[in-house]
Design a protein around this ligand. Structure first.
Ligand code: FEO
Ligand code: CA
Ligand code: CA
Ligand code: CA
Length: 602
């Protein structure tokens, strides 16, 4: 009839208030229980966590640091079990100053001097991922200590290099002359789960692990610069030659990929899927077409970088898991061009097409994929405000592209899709695929919300007018869509939290359809210095798992509750979640359930 649909809220919970303190907070009527913390035993036989006597050997069997992505793989395989599963968790990076006694000092240079090989090896063991069996027993989630599925993947675990770049000259190193096997996965931020029951883990800021001088005469200098090498966030290159670019020039080409892991086979080798391109992958989310077409969306989290999708050549077969296990080996990678007329054009990264020729520096498809950023530059893709998670709504067919912020966008650089200069608050772009066909090369786009305080006229925020003083957020990062098609957003404001919002990060529920579209409500809040990661629902939507990452680190000096300037192992801004005198803050996965046992948010 054309009459507006009546406003009916999808979410009925009492909001958490904006704020910052040492603890976490969830909406009233809900429990937020710690499921697993950094250092907790994972592999059967792992020792208990002893913060004063850490070793790489112990860490390689215990839950790693900085949990980010959380995935739910129901047990048994192929079921939709709401109370038994394998939890798949990424361990993105490490914070030495709050992990290790005696390391937290203000000068980065000094910190590196204190980072001995023994400590670096603990850090490498704290990276990667965890698979751990979990069960819901009398309404509470527990980990299963002796499960045969429990496993740790670390910065030293052998990973296969598969797809078009496997075995290429640019992938060969002194310790792997075949270019097909690399030690470890690094900076695995967010990810995704596939319809065939595998876990996609996204290697993000891999440049930060590399050390060493890049001479101007280095034939690869242009590529190394475009990827931010050497990042020198860590001093691993001092203790391990493979992280020194001057000593092992190709090792850097072997990180920055989507890694596919079969959590149901603890002996399986993780596979780096080179067909999906090499860049700072934030996440990887699959859209499944009715005919079995598989499309993987993935963003490159850098200021002015791009949104990509991969269209697999093979279709998903629900009756034949083995036939699905290598779907991500072959297909076409595209990069997005967002146009002012509200259309999206997907541009193929295919050797020989357009500017991607040998004369222009792309002699083969492997080089196009290894240097995907340069290929996308050549194609004229749209430079975005840091693409973080991309979430597919299986109920509505829409795709949410989370753009976290871009303080460096100048007024002359704004465009329709990235409309604010000095964007400290981020926004969410919605892609509407053509006729619901995710594989199509055309789509439409629109903006769902623009972060920041709607009450501050200088910010240019955009939320539904009924959004409360606690309902708006800044710097969206990860997202989850529950099985009712409702969108949940988590934030990562970093050092910028005070300026961006003044509240700690958290979880917000956002209306996406009908008259209340853009109405947002705060559901959960992290302790000071943390970021909110990994929102993940069980198959019955009665549990929401969230990952509290790096408590007591980001911007703690701006919190009046902390008298110090920089958190350290000895004097952290919070000792969440244990609050025990000699226990450092610990990144943890939290299970949120409703006290009446009902569906989250209803
Ligand atoms: Fe690791 Fe883009 O966040
Ligand atoms: Ca993170
Ligand atoms: Ca992130
Ligand atoms: Ca982030």
């Amino acid at each position: 009839t054309g009459a507006p649909r009546p406003a009916k809220a999808s979410f009925s919970f009492q909001e958490v208030a904006h704020g910052v303190d040492a603890d976490h907070h969830v909406a009233s009527g809900y429990n937020a229980d710690i499921l697993i913390r950094w250092g907790d035993p994972v592999v059967p036989g792992a020792p208990a966590f002893d913060p004063m006597n850490q070793t790489a050997e112990a860490q390689s069997k215990q839950f790693g640091y900085n949990n980010d992505f959380v995935g739910y793989a129901p047990l048994p395989l192929g079921s939709r079990s709401p109370d038994r599963a394998l939890l798949c968790v990424n361990h993105e990076y490490t914070d030495e100053e709050v992990m290790f006694p005696g390391v937290g000092v203000e000068q980065q240079k000094d910190k590196f001097a204190r980072m001995t090989k023994a400590l670096v090896d603990i850090e490498m063991a704290a990276h990667g991922g965890t698979v751990v069996e979990i069960r819901k027993v009398r309404g509470k989630w527990v980990t299963v200590a002796d499960s045969r599925y429990n496993r740790r993947i670390t910065g030293e675990t052998a990973c296969a290099i598969t797809g078009p770049a496997a075995g290429h000259a640019l992938m060969k190193t002194s310790y792997d002359p075949t270019g097909t096997m690399v030690r470890g996965m690094l900076n695995n931020c967010s990810g995704g789960m596939t319809p065939w029951g595998t876990w996609l883990s996204a290697e993000e800021n891999f440049n930060g692990y590399f050390w060493g001088k890049v001479e101007d005469t280095n034939p690869n200098a242009k590529v190394l610069k475009r990827y931010g090498f050497p990042g020198e966030w860590y001093n691993w290159g001092v203790h391990h030659d493979r992280f020194d670019i001057a000593k092992e020039p190709n090792e850097s080409n072997r990180f920055g990929w989507i890694v596919e892991i079969d959590p149901y086979d603890p002996t399986s080798t993780p596979k780096k899927r080179t067909a999906l391109g090499r860049f700072k992958h934030e996440a990887c989310q699959i859209a499944l077409g009715k005919d079995g077409t598989v499309v993987a969306y993935t963003g490159d989290d850098e200021r002015f970088d791009y949104v990509y999708k991969f269209v697999a050549a093979k279709k998903f077969d629900p009756r034949n898991r083995a036939a699905n296990m290598d779907i991500l080996e072959t297909g076409t990678l595209y990069v997005a061009k967002f146009k002012a007329d509200a259309s999206v054009e997907w541009l193929p990264l295919v050797h020989g097409q357009g500017p991607l020729t040998a004369e222009k520096g792309f002699p083969d498809q492997a080089t196009v994929l290894i240097n995907a950023r340069l290929a996308a530059d050549a194609l004229g893709a749209t430079k975005m405000d840091r693409p973080e998670d991309i979430e597919v709504n299986a109920v509505t067919g829409k795709v949410y592209v989370i753009l976290t912020n871009n303080s460096r966008r100048k007024p002359e650089q704004v465009d329709a899709t990235n409309p604010r200069a000095e964007n400290n608050w981020g926004h969410i772009v919605e892609i509407l695929p053509d006729n619901g066909n995710h594989a199509a090369t055309k789509a439409e786009w629109t903006i769902l919300v623009r972060g920041g305080n709607p009450a501050d006229g200088t910010v240019g925020a955009q939320f539904h007018a009924d959004t409360s003083a606690n309902g708006w957020f800044s710097c969206p990062d990860n997202a989850a869509v529950d099985h009712r098609g409702r969108l949940w957003i988590t934030t990562d404001q970093g050092e910028n939290w005070k300026k961006a919002s003044g509240t700690a990060d958290g979880v917000w529920a956002v209306e996406t359809e009908g008259n209340l579209r853009g109405l947002s409500k705060m559901f959960y809040r992290v302790p000071v210095g943390a970021e909110m990661c990994g929102p993940c629902f069980t198959t019955d939507d009665k549990t929401l798992f969230v990952a509290v990452q790096h408590p007591a680190t980001d911007g703690v000096d701006q919190w009046e509750g902390f008298k110090g300037k920089l958190s350290s192992f000895e004097d952290p801004a919070t000792r969440w979640p244990d609050f025990k005198p000699n226990m450092p803050p610990r990144p943890s996965v939290v299970a949120i359930t409703k006290k009446d046992g009902g569906v989250i948010g209803l």
